[in-house]
Design a protein around this ligand. Sequence first.
Ligand code: ADP
Ligand code: MG
Length: 280
Amino acid sequence: SGVSCNDLEKLHVLGHGNGGTVYKVTHKRTSQVYALKVVHGDSDPLVRRQLFREMEILRRTDSPYIVQCYGIDEKPSGDIAIVMEYMDLGTLDSLCKKFGTFSEEKLAHVARQVLNGLGYLHAHKIIHRDIKPSNLLVNKNMEVKIADFGVSKIMCRTLDACNSYVGTCAYMSPERFDPDTYGGNYNGYAGDIWSLGLTLLELYLGHFPFLQPGQRPDWATLMCAICFGDPPSLPDGVSGEFRSFIQCCLQKESSKRWSASQLLSHPFVAKDVRSDLAKP
Ligand code: ADP
Ligand code: MG
């Protein structure tokens, strides 16, 4: 159903990740541009089935804050291809590298849209589990949308500890490592809020908050910092609203963290300012 990958012509690679390769493609008849994500088949049929079911959930997700899916193909080789809406400004990660760290105004605009997306997912009992700058996509209308969900959760489980695993799991909340200490009244949704807080902090600082600029990620040190250290915070000179918003996201105890709908009424994001993300 939907757009089939046989109708598409590959233009070039947009990105690689844990799960596969994403191409910019055009439709042979309509010339419509899409993004095509190809996930290589796992030899374990159970994992592939789980992955496919998650793709079905993605295809049924319908929100302006979630990247739209137009079709899913499963090839005889076991590869799965997903046809998605093309987000022409790329990821928040690449925008930060291109135009520099984000102002509070930009971050409020990002935060509000991601919270709308998380609110939608959580209301539909979906936990993203991989919120980070490279999984948040932007288009030229300055719409920010959540991408890459479900997949990485499965991929993560099937991967041994390797660099890509560390990269993904750096955004994991304290209760995912240590549910006994930080997971009182555990609900997985709060983990996405932690990751959002880290993402906003990273875009403000220009480096991953638990590491010094240029410091190589070391899995054990990172996990200790997340579980035993104070949550990262903002430097002097930011507004009280921004500081408070980040504190609400980065509560180590998951039950004290605000939910997406609570955060949507926080003064930091309550003003509906639209900010151009594609300029310094
Ligand atoms: P993975 O599970 O492999 O990380 P992602 O869905 O995160 O897969 O895609 C990897 C990269 O491909 C992203 O970080 C981004 O650079 C690019 N990308 C993914 N989807 C799109 C899209 N819809 N439009 C534009 N670029 C995309
Ligand atoms: Mg990704």
